[in-house]
Design a protein around this ligand. Structure first.
Ligand code: IFM
Length: 784
């Protein structure tokens, strides 16, 4: 069972655990207990192998296309985590023999995975086994493993087979051509391979060390080199009560790494081997300490404290922050964050609007350097977005719905079964889910507001906002009857409605994109003159500016209906048929409706997959009144199945905005439960990075009431009954703030003094905070 209470003493609310072994739930634990550092991600597969496992190791950015009929994806790197263990000649496997004790924990504070098993074989011999593992935050290339094996009842012969296995695939798709395989000094293994299409060299090395009762023992392993596999097999006679310790330290380097760019495979092998020789001398313990220290420093800067009745909430926010750290490629701005991070094959390592709308806010307010990487990733992919626009007959930059390394569209064309036709369902999102283009521009603008990074805007940001606006200008079509510009044939955030006209979210965000480009044009004139002139000529800005103005003034923006203030989600939604959705709203698994109806049929029903108009009400909050927000919640939420992990967090934040903290709290619990909850099938393909970002947003944007409309920081807290207090760090315009909220008061402390004074609004009143000052404001609301 999944446990939340296995951290004791100082580790209280820092540990997620499993207290019994069930092969059916391997995938859930593999995903939620994944290790990583933004460079690599390793699923928490057990050392011994099971047919139900998905043994994944990914390195950010190493995309490859395995064949012409496939889209590019993050390939599964050769596996180092599997250990074959034989006890008195019998393979160790938890579905045989007897498990007397079992526990597995992920310590979020040190990011170490630990499994302890007491296992009795069919002959009645007991063994205690402890397996430990970490991926280093100190040296991004490094992974450490340690097995401690103790025969408890009688002396035993223990054999361990350890190697590098390049036979792994992505659900059958092979991405690598084999390179060099070699064994050095009977201790060190090398495995090199190159991706078949993108030609990225990936080199993996492992070093082994064996100890009995703390003393290193010389071992004579059997060496083996097979097809796509290199391994060593060690055999030891171990007395009862003695502990055999087996340490394996591995590293991974690729020719994509900034420090190795253009390096040939042989040179890469050399550098990587030298590094591991040096690192491995430290042993598992010291290497773990290096990494744990890096984690401690991270946590010191990030820690959010929630005091209240439900300790789960504290654990949930730490779980979210842990995953936000391990999903983020802080080392390289060429890579995005994938919808499943580096924790599974789901969505093939591709980035979506999840990044800008759900994940980037966390980094903006806690790690602005990482937020800069994310906006720079979109700059790196701008040319791909321009190509996509051109291929589709438009101008400017049309960002891909699913993005990999280049910005070209990589959404697959075919998906799961269509229950009516029995054939794969056509996926239209890559062609017509176009709101991603304004979402990217929105992310850039939010970055600017929160950091004031003028250099980024002058050199990159303005260009993204203007090129995306030009896309919309070319995308709009004139409707002579309505006398306005429209956006026809799209999918909005609600992916249960395909080929719709004038999706409200899409139209409003396109309008916002055009207006923001107009503002940027006016600001850009004050940039260093070389930049202004260069961009003005290259993007023909004077002409574009006129077009943006004309289109922005005349774009159709669906208004709230006079009768009930409901904003039509698109031109036809409100006229579609209504059915009883109880069965699907009470479902244990998502997307049950697609087992009864195919997409064409779902299209004809007033049912939404996820927040759509709701996202708009929150992103462009100043466009809409409280009454409009409330009316649309009442209309759309009962028709929403929350079949996307993005939906709950948005609803929770809006519930906070609507002054419904208890409803917001219930929805926060559901959002936090998407990966961390007890649905043991929810995360098989990897964790949901947008929902993970959403957990932080529920806490800081929702309950903390932090927002920055128009660039001024606002704090309007609404703590739920279950919480006594909430404290969190917050970066704003380069200064670090610490916010402490109770039901009665808010304290804001300015811990740095980059800006002489900071203007902000707290509970509706304006304040100015001078250098390193702290203010406390009593709240009108009090505990409700
Ligand atoms: O981006 C989301 C989309 O909104 C719903 N389907 C899953 C995608 C990736 O998380």
């Amino acid at each position: 069972m999944l446990r939340y209470d296995m951290g004791e003493g100082e580790l209280r609310n820092w540990v997620i655990g499993e207290d019994s072994f069930n092969v059916r739930y391997l995938a859930k634990y593999e995903a939620i207990m994944s290790l990583g550092n933004g460079y690599m991600g390793v699923r928490a597969c057990t050392e011994e192998s099971y047919p139900q496992e998905t043994r994944n190791c990914f390195v950010a950015g190493t995309f490859n296309r395995s064949g012409a009929s496939e889209v590019t994806e993050l390939p599964n790197i050769a596996d180092v985590t599997e250990l074959g263990i034989w006890l008195d000649g019998e393979g160790f496997h938890l579905e045989k023999g007897n498990i007397e004790e079992y526990s597995r924990t992920l310590n979020l504070q040190t990011a170490e995975l630990n499994r302890r098993v007491i296992w009795r074989n069919d002959r009645g011999n007991r063994f205690e086994m402890v397996f430990r593992r970490f991926v280093s935050l100190h040296n991004k290339h490094l992974l450490g493993m340690r097995a401690e094996l103790t025969p408890c009842t009688a002396a035993a012969e223990i054999s361990i087979r350890s190697g590098i296995n390049g036979q792994v695939t992505n659900s059958g798709a092979q991405h690598f051509a084999e390179g060099d395989k070699r064994i050095y000094d009977k201790k060190m293994i090398q495995y090199a391979a190159a991706t078949t299409e993108s030609n990225i060299h990936v080199v993996t090395h492992c070093h082994h060390r064996c100890l009995v009762d703390d003393a290193e023992v010389a071992a004579e392993p059997r060496l083996s080199i097979e097809r796509r596999k290199v391994s060593l097999e060690y055999t030891f006679q171990v007395e009862a009560g003695q502990t055999l310790v087996f340490e394996k330290i591995a590293n991974i380097h690729t020719s994509l790494d900034l420090e190795h760019r253009q390096q040939e495979a042989a040179k890469l092998c050399e550098v990587s081997l030298d590094e591991l020789r040096l690192e491995a001398t430290k042993g598992y313990g010291e290497l773990l300490q290096d990494s744990a220290k890096a984690w401690r420093e991270k946590w010191a800067a990030l820690d959010i404290k929630i005091k209240g009745m439900q300790e789960f909430d504290q654990l949930a926010i730490r779980f979210a922050q842990y995953h936000l750290v391990i999903m983020a490629p802080a080392h390289d701005n060429r890579f995005g964050i994938a919808a499943k991070g580096l924790t599974g094959e789901g969505y093939k390592g591709h980035s979506f609007w999840d990044t800008e709308i759900f994940i980037q806010p966390y980094f903006l307010f806690t790690d602005p350097g990482m937020a800069r990487n994310l906006v720079e990733y979109r700059y790196h992919t701008l040319d791909g977005a321009r190509r996509k626009a051109k291929e589709n007959g438009y101008r400017g930059a049309m960002y891909p719905w699913e993005s990999a390394l280049t910005g070209d569209e990589v959404t697959p064309e075919w998906g799961p079964v269509d229950v009516v036709t029995g054939t794969p369902t056509r996926i239209w999102t890559g062609l017509i889910e176009q709101h991603i283009t304004s979402d990217v521009a929105y992310g850039v603008w939010q970055y600017y507001l929160a950091t004031g990074d003028q250099l980024f805007m002058d050199t990159k940001g303005y260009e993204i906002i203007m090129e995306t606006a030009t896309f919309w200008a070319s995308r709009l079509t004139w409707n002579d009857a309505r006398k306005c510009f429209e956006i026809k044939d799209v999918i909005g955030p609600d992916e249960y409605k395909e080929h719709v006209d004038n999706n409200a979210y899409t139209n409003y965000m396109a309008h916002w994109n055009l207006q923001t480009a107009i503002a940027c044009y006016e600001k850009l004139q004050h940039a260093p003159s070389g930049m202004w002139i260069q961009l003005r000529n290259r993007l023909q800005l004077d002409k574009a500016y006129e077009e943006w103005q004309q289109k922005a003034e005349n774009i159709y923006l669906p208004r709230p209906r006079e009768t009930d203030l409901v904003i039509p989600q698109d031109d036809t939604y409100l006229g579609k048929k209504l059915i009883d959705l109880t069965k699907y709203r009470n479902q244990q698994e998502v997307a049950l409706i697609l087992e009864d109806y195919n997409m064409d049929q779902v299209n004809d029903i007033q049912v939404s997959k996820q927040a759509d108009v709701m996202v708009l009400l929150y992103l462009l909050e100043h466009y809409f009144s409280y009454e409009v927000k409330q009316a649309n919640w009442r209309y759309y939420e009962p028709k929403t199945l929350h079949d996307s992990s993005l939906s709950m967090a948005t609803h929770s934040i809006l519930a906070s905005d609507l002054g419904e903290p208890e409803l917001a709290y219930r929805l926060f619990g559901l959002a936090a439960g998407i990966d961390l909850g007890r649905n043991m099938k929810s995360s098989d393909q990897g964790i949901h990075t947008a929902s993970i970002g959403g957990i932080w947003k529920c806490v800081v944007f929702g309950f903390g009431g932090v927002r920055a409309p128009g660039g001024q920081l606002r704090i309007q807290p609404r703590l739920p009954e279950a919480w006594d207090s909430l404290s969190f760090p917050l970066y704003w315009q380069g200064d670090l703030l610490k916010i402490d909220i109770t039901h009665d008061a808010v304290q804001v402390a300015k811990l740095t003094d980059l800006n002489a004074s900071l203007r902000l609004s707290i509970d509706g009143q304006n304040y100015s905070l001078e250098s390193k000052e702290s203010i406390t404001v009593s709240l009108n609301t009090g505990k409700r």
